[in-house]
Design a protein around this ligand. Structure first.
Ligand code: HEM
Length: 392
C-alpha cells in the first residue's frame, strides 16, 4: 500500500484500508505536501473538535485548508468563538425539537407524495427522486424559506453538486448555480427586513442578529449564511439514505426485522451514518503549536479530522466493520462534535426515520441496481449520486 495522500487515486477508490493503517501506525500523520496532519482515531478527533487551538476560520474544506484554492465566505461553520458562539446561540434554538414539532408530519406527507409519484413505475432513483427532493424542501421548512420554492431550489442545488470526474472541483455551471442561490437568498433577506417574519426560524434569526457591538449582517453576508444552511441541510442526507438502502438490501435479515418492527429505525439510521459517513473529513487550522502522540504540529498547519476513519475506530466500536442496526453506539462522529457539531441533527434524524419507515412499508422487497448506480468518488465526499432500485 502506498503512502496516505487524500488526493491519491488509490485512497479515493478505497480509503478504509488506509484509515485502518493510519489508526494503527500513525494516528497523527504528517502530510508535509499540504503543511497538514491527519487525525484518524475517534478520541483524538472528538477532543480536538472542542479545542480552541483548532480554528475553523481559515475554512474547513480540503480546497480551503489543503490546496487553498477556495475562498472563505462568511458562514457559521467557518467562524471561531466568541463570534461563532453568539451567532450559533441565536440560530441554535431554531433547530431544537420543540420548535420543529410541525416538521415531522409535514415532511412525512411530503415524502409519501414523492413515493406516490413513483410507486406504480416499480422503479426510482433513491437519490434524485426521493432523498434530494425531500432534503431540500425540509431544509426550507427548517430555515424558514417558502416550501413552494423547494422544487426550484432542488434544481439549483443539483447543479451546484454536479461533479465532473474529468475536471474535479466545481463546474462552471455549479459556480453559476451558487450565484443564483445567493441572489435568491439576498432577495429573501431584503424581503424579511421590510416585513420581519414571525416565529423562531433561522432566517429571522440571521436577519435580526447583532454582534456584541450592535452590528448586524449586511444583506450579502446574511445571504451567505443562508446558502450554507440550504447546502449543509441538503447535501449529506440523500447520500446517507442511499447508503442505508444499499446496506439494508445487503443484509436482508436486518431489513426484514426493521420492516416488521419500526421501533429500531433511529438506531438503524445512526448505524447507517456511522458505517458509511459520506463526508470523509473536514479540516481545521492550528492557532498555536500542539503536540499529540509525540508529533509536533505547528501554528498555521492544517489538521484533517478523518470522520470516516474515526467512525470505524476499533478503540471506540466493538467490531467496527460489522453493520449492525441494533448496535446502539453511544457516540459517533457523523455529525461532528464540540464547537461545530451539526445543528441539523434532529432534522436529519427525522428525515432518516420517515424515509426508512416509508420505503420499508411501501416497497419492502426492493432490489438495488448497483450496476446502474453512479458513485461520487472524491477526496472529500463519497457516496451515490444516483441509485436505482426496483420493486414489484
Ligand atoms: C445526514 C445529514 C447531515 C449530516 C451527516 C451532517 C453533518 C455535519 C457535520 C459533520 C458537521 C460538522 C462540521 C465541522 O465539523 O466543521 C455539521 C455542521 C453543521 N450542520 Fe449538518 N449534517 C447533516 C444535516 C444537516 C441539516 C439537515 C442541517 C440544517 C438544516 C445542518 C446544518 C448544519 C450546520 C448549521 C452546521 C454548522 C454548525 C456550526 O458550525 O456551529 N446539517 N453537519
Amino acid at each position: 500500500m502506498s503512502e496516505y495522500d487524500p488526493f491519491a487515486e488509490e485512497v479515493i477508490a478505497d480509503p478504509l484500508p488506509f484509515y485502518a493503517r493510519l489508526r494503527a501506525e500513525s494516528p497523527v500523520h504528517p502530510l508535509p505536501r499540504y503543511d497538514a496532519w491527519a487525525l484518524s482515531r475517534f478520541q483524538d478527533v472528538w477532543d480536538c473538535s472542542s479545542d480552541p487551538r483548532f480554528s475553523a476560520a481559515q475554512g474547513t474544506t480540503p480546497a480551503q485548508v489543503l490546496t487553498k484554492d477556495q475562498p472563505v465566505t462568511p458562514m457559521l461553520n467557518v467562524m471561531d468563538p466568541p463570534e461563532h458562539t453568539r451567532l450559533r446561540a441565536a440560530i441554535r434554538q431554531c433547530f431544537l425539537p420543540r420548535y420543529l414539532r410541525g416538521l415531522e408530519p409535514e415532511a412525512r406527507k411530503l415524502f409519501e407524495g414523492l413515493v406516490d409519484e413513483v410507486i406504480d413505475r416499480g422503479e426510482c432513483d433513491v437519490v434524485q427522486d426521493l432523498g434530494q427532493r425531500l432534503s431540500v424542501t425540509v431544509a426550507c421548512m427548517a430555515i424558514g424559506l417558502p416550501v413552494e420554492d423547494g422544487a426550484m431550489l432542488n434544481e439549483i442545488v443539483k447543479r451546484f453538486f454536479h461533479h465532473d470526474p474529468e475536471q474535479g472541483g466545481m463546474t462552471a455551471d455549479g459556480i453559476a448555480a451558487l450565484g443564483e442561490l445567493t441572489d435568491y437568498c439576498v432577495d429573501h433577506v431584503r424581503r424579511l427586513r421590510k416585513s420581519p417574519g414571525e416565529g423562531p426560524q433561522a432566517l429571522n434569526a440571521l436577519v435580526a442578529f447583532e454582534d456584541e457591538n450592535g452590528r448586524g449582517f449586511g444583506d450579502e453576508e446574511a445571504a451567505s449564511h443562508t446558502t450554507m444552511l440550504i447546502i449543509g441541510g441538503s447535501e449529506t442526507f440523500p447520500k446517507t439514505l442511499a447508503n442505508g438502502v444499499v446496506r439494508l438490501w445487503e443484509h436482508p435479515d436486518q431489513r426484514a426485522r426493521l420492516a416488521a418492527d419500526a421501533t429500531g429505525t433511529i438506531d438503524a439510521y445512526n448505524e447507517i451514518l456511522r458505517y458509511d459517513m459520506p463526508t470523509q473529513f473536514l479540516c481545521r487550522t492550528l492557532t498555536e503549536d500542539v503536540e499529540m502522540h509525540g508529533q509536533q504540529m505547528k501554528a498555521g498547519h492544517g489538521v484533517m479530522f478523518l470522520y470516516a476513519s474515526a467512525n470505524r475506530d476499533e478503540r471506540e466500536f466493538d467490531e467496527p466493520d460489522r453493520f449492525d442496526i441494533t448496535r446502539g453506539a453511544g457516540r459517533m462522529l457523523s455529525f461532528g462534535a464540540g464547537t461545530h457539531a451539526c445543528l441539523g441533527t434532529h432534522v436529519a434524524r427525522v428525515e432518516g426515520r420517515i424515509t426508512l419507515e416509508t420505503i420499508l412499508a411501501r416497497m419492502p422487497e426492493y432490489e438495488v441496481d448497483l450496476d446502474g448506480a453512479e458513485r461520487l468518488h472524491t477526496e472529500f465526499v463519497q457516496g451515490f449520486s444516483s441509485l436505482p432500485i426496483r420493486w414489484s
